[in-house]
Design a protein around this ligand. Sequence first.
Ligand SMILES: Cc1cc2nc3c(=O)[nH]c(=O)nc-3n(C[C@H](O)[C@H](O)[C@H](O)COP(=O)(O)OP(=O)(O)OC[C@H]3O[C@@H](n4cnc5c(N)ncnc54)[C@H](O)[C@@H]3O)c2cc1C
Length: 379
Amino acid sequence: MQLSTEVTQLCDEIRRFIQKEVEPRSRWIEENDAIPDDLVQKARELGLFGLTIPEQYGGIGLDLAGKCAVEEEMGKTNYGFATLIGNHTGISSTGIVALGNEQQKQQYLPRMASGEWLGCFALTEAQAGSDPAALRTSAVRKGDRWILNGEKIFITNAPVAHVFTVMALTDKSKGIKGISAFIVERSCKGLAVGRNELKMGMHGCTTAPVAFNDCEVPAGNLLGAEGMGYVQALKTLTQGRVTLAARCVGMMDKLIGKCVEYMKVRAQGGHKLAEYQGLQWMLADMAVQRDAARGLTERAIATLMRGERGTLEAAAAKLYATEALGKVTDAAVQIHGGMGYMREAGIETTFRDARITRIYEGTSEIQRNIIAAQLLKEQ
Ligand SMILES: Cc1cc2nc3c(=O)[nH]c(=O)nc-3n(C[C@H](O)[C@H](O)[C@H](O)COP(=O)(O)OP(=O)(O)OC[C@H]3O[C@@H](n4cnc5c(N)ncnc54)[C@H](O)[C@@H]3O)c2cc1C
């Protein structure tokens, strides 16, 4: 995909930042399940928190192609760090950019662009995961406030977020057409963030439940039109799926590079691993899957940037890239033999990190449902 000089330069700058600042701390982040404050500060100084926020609100204003190029780079470093930034600059702020009124944009975007305020996106509930339409969190208008009640689970960045984009039912009788989106500040009375979950991977990036107990939100914090929350959430998730696919491409790229390096150095039975055809074929399959994932991601980017819905294309990119990443990480462990199982090599970390990509932002099964539904509608 053709990228502007500015985006190419930004990616170069991010690559240097990753090499100098993130990679040396990656093991620390992994072991401590935390991201050092000074690293977050350096990311702020580089402008990483404002990637997708328009320049007039203090951000860099990347379009989807630019954001995906950055995500591919971020896929080559610590997954928790990449998710902290990717979530904030993706599903947690793009809704405000796309739907916020001028006052909301002025109020939230500059502080989100600078990274002073982090965002999170709260849709999932205990009974509403793959089926977000089953959500129960309610929002009732009382004078100049909305009163929210309910509980969200598995919310990325919630423990560190200041700005919560929350989906809640404003009219139970209307089903999904009764779901609205709200901007809720952490300081709102009645909002409580639960404990940080212990996870298989994605270490360093926090995930927690969020409870709303008669939580008072100013009337002006309704995001977009009342009853349009579900539609808006789906649009946000469609873009999020494409950017996640781009990150998976970067992760595969890095693993392939590691395998090539290892195969050229490691010798067994009097031969370098690179000389064994069985391993060569594994490597070839890994590269083809990475390239196919990139192709589907680029198709989805192009479709969305033409202003089309792109639901099928985004689902296909997400489905293929995340499933391919699963196969590629498995092959990378195998090529590294026993060393692939050791923390020292860094492959097992990616193996665990990769697993979440097939679950969040819609599971693989849900992506297949979306693709099949679209195909059946067209025929
Ligand atoms: C680490 C992490 C971070 C997350 N971050 C966020 C976040 O920031 N914000 C947020 O709102 N949510 C977040 N989520 C929630 C995530 O999007 C959901 O976990 C995901 O959508 C799946 O929902 P579920 O866990 O309830 O699984 P379920 O919906 O219970 O699914 C269980 C299984 O059933 C399958 N299944 C369900 N329905 C169907 C169907 N119709 N057809 C075929 N198969 C089906 C699923 O594919 C899956 O295999 C996060 C989750 C995790 C684990």
